[in-house]
Write a protein that binds this ligand. Structure first.
Ligand code: ITT
Length: 184
């Protein structure tokens, strides 16, 4: 089976392939540059994006919108995670929590899969903490500052396989995989 993953982020494709390739699912990256709605929830962004992509591509495909929600910042950056990463980056996020004892955060992933008839949503989340400084050089984005609950290492200090076992995206991708198993 071949499935199109619409994303400009090759790291996401690497993570999806790591889970899907062993099951005989080939992940094909297409970067359509879909418009990301300025919305309050990841699901709205994903639903709007997949409808746009389906119009363009006219074949089954999926996309994923992810975000980091920091408790002490009332869920910021959340749906604005990309912009915040590109402006203040990991050092900036650590600085925003300067002196904060409550460093809890949640990573969320929303996959929108369109089967040609309708869209299906699959979600995943992982609770954790923001580290006191960026650590590790694997992964991408906020991985160097996110420590999943019950672990001492940041995502960037783990390999793809370990991150997939714990991560928001690993969870949403596994739900998508189960859907494929049930429907193909
Ligand atoms: P798309 O083309 O798929 O949208 P993107 O990199 O823009 O790729 P998102 O909008 O989903 O992805 O991600 C929002 C931000 O959160 C962005 O800066 C990512 O680098 C970061 N991010 C997403 N998933 C992450 C993960 O698993 N670990 C660390 N950072 C992540």
């Amino acid at each position: 089976m071949n499935i199109v993953f619409i994303t400009g982020n090759a790291n996401k494709v690497r993570e999806a392939s790591s889970l899907m390739a062993p099951l005989g699912i080939t992940v094909e990256q297409r970067d359509l540059g879909y418009p990301e709605l300025q919305a309050d929830t990841l699901e709205e962004v994903a639903r709007h994006g997949i409808a746009w992509c389906m119009e363009k591509l006219k074949k089954p495909c999926f996309l994923e919108d992810a975000g980091l929600f920091v408790e002490a910042l009332n869920g910021f950056p959340g749906p604005y995670s990309k912009y915040v990463f590109e402006t203040i980056g990991n050092e900036g996020v650590v600085r925003l929590l300067d002196g904060a004892v409550d460093r809890r955060a949640v990573f969320r992933s929303v996959i929108a899969y369109h089967d040609g008839v309708q869209a299906h949503i699959f979600t995943g989340e992982v609770p954790g903490e923001i580290s006191y400084a960026p650590r590790g050089d694997e992964g991408f984005g906020y991985d160097p500052v996110f420590i999943p609950d019950g672990h001492a290492r940041t995502f960037a200090e783990m390999g793809t396989e370990k991150k997939n076992q714990l991560s928001h995206r690993g969870k949403s991708l596994n739900k998508l995989i189960n859907y494929f198993k049930e429907h193909t």
